[in-house]
Design a protein around this ligand. Structure first.
Ligand SMILES: *Cc1c(COP(=O)(O)O)cnc(C)c1O
Length: 392
């Protein structure tokens, strides 16, 4: 922000609107320039070798990347933020920054599928041991600690099944052994949950989702506490992670409207989730913002809002054919991966092989919805027609 007031003097929506912009340094233009750069020129050898210039090579930051990192840093209340090429890249970067050969990491069983794939295929190659844990463990995570446990990875709510986690209890336990706590906070975004305030050291965002918000760019962010920042900054530089300036700009542009978009995503999602819950062709809705959800109390304590993503179980006895007929009949909801854009999406949920520390009920047939910014009356009509196509 350009005023001299400290960030915490403003409410979050105000920070979101102004953080990272510096108009007086760019001729008064409201937004930062999109700097396309590799080489930066120095006026003389003394300056070149003096090491005092903020900008010295495109890979190591530009006014464009600084603007987005600073905006997210202020929102997350972090020591520093680094941008990554995708959400998954941010997960990998954060994990590698706090682990070394011989270490052990505990990962929530409900972590995003590709996070598990990274942990299963890459970490063991570098001598890092991985254990999955029941996300409901809370402070009981202590019993899973080993002498070499260096990190605990959390994600709330969980991927596909939306279980909440008691992050403060887990963080408290991890602190007793000096382990780093990571949280994939993509669902809540930095607007509805501030992981660092809950005791987390590395807060991860798939910026691809709500920060970008328009289904047109891939991006990840990692926000670090004082303790976790030096290692994150060093690894980011050593690996040469770099996000292209046009993508950084789109993310910054998306960020400015995060609050108004999420408010509508949440309102429409509550309306549709409640409507689904009351239907005979649905047995359960998995959305922590609903009072009926087992994670509701934790959600209410730790989060200030909910996004547009949730799952539902079809009524008992639903077949794979009926579920397929449902998804094929949708016309407004697109069939597609990812979420967080302005448009509604749906996917069938398959948990086979996706969990190893818990045992999902394999007789339950489920789907996941992303509620976009369309009029919820049209979305309900679309879902209603799909239920009729599935069940008659
Ligand atoms: C999508 C997603 C990611 C990965 O983000 P990409 O930008 O697609 O790589 C990570 N975590 C969660 C929870 C996600 O939904």
């Amino acid at each position: 922000m350009t005023t001299n007031k400290p960030t915490d003097a403003y409410f979050l929506d105000t920070v979101l609107t102004h953080a990272g912009n510096d108009p007086q340094n760019f001729h008064g233009f409201v937004n930062p320039p999109v700097v396309h750069a590799s080489t930066v020129l120095f006026p003389d050898v003394e300056t070149m070798e003096g090491g005092k210039k903020r900008y010295y090579y495109g890979r190591r930051g530009t006014p464009t990347s600084d603007a987005l990192e600073e905006a997210i840093r202020q929102m997350e209340g972090a020591k520093g933020v680094k941008l990554a090429n995708s959400g998954l890249n941010a997960v990998a970067l954060a994990c590698l920054s706090c682990l070394k050969a011989g270490d052990h990491i505990l990962i929530a069983d409900t972590a995003y599928g590709p996070t598990r794939h990274f942990a299963d295929t890459v970490l063991p190659k570098y001598g890092i041991e991985v254990t999955y844990y029941d996300p409901a463990v809370g402070g009981g995570i202590k019993s899973l600690f080993q002498p070499n446990t260096a990190a605990v990875f959390t994600e709330a709510p969980g991927s596909l099944t939306f279980e909440m986690q008691d992050i403060p209890a887990i963080a408290e336990a991890a602190r007793t052994i000096g382990a780093t706590v990571l949280m994939d906070n993509t669902w809540a975004s930095p607007l509805f949950c501030k992981p660092l305030d809950l005791g987390v050291d590395l807060s991860i965002q798939a910026g691809t989702k709500y920060i970008v918000g328009h289904s047109d760019t891939m991006m990840g962010t990692v926000a670090a506490s004082e303790k976790a920042w030096p290692a994150l900054e060093a690894l980011h530089g050593a690996l040469g992670v770099h996000v292209a300036p046009d993508d950084v700009y789109l993310a910054l542009r998306g960020l400015r409207t995060l609050s108004v978009r999420l408010e509508r995503h949440m309102r429409s999602s509550l309306e549709i989730a409640t409507w689904l819950e009351a239907r005979d062709d649905v047995s359960r809705v998995h959305y922590p913002a609903l009072e009926s959800d087992p994670g509701h109390a934790i959600w209410k304590r730790d989060f200030t809002g909910a996004c547009g993503l949730f799952a539902f179980d079809f009524k008992a006895g639903t077949t794979k054919e009926q579920s397929t007929a449902f998804f094929n009949a949708l016309t407004l909801f697109g069939l597609g991966y990812s979420w967080g854009g302005y448009e509604s999406l749906a996917i069938p949920v398959h948990l086979k092989g996706a969990r190893t520390a818990t045992t999902p009920d394999s007789s339950v047939v489920s789907g996941r919805l992303h509620i976009g910014l369309e009029d919820p009356r049209d979305l309900k009509a679309d879902l209603d027609a799909a239920f009729k196509a599935a069940f008659g």
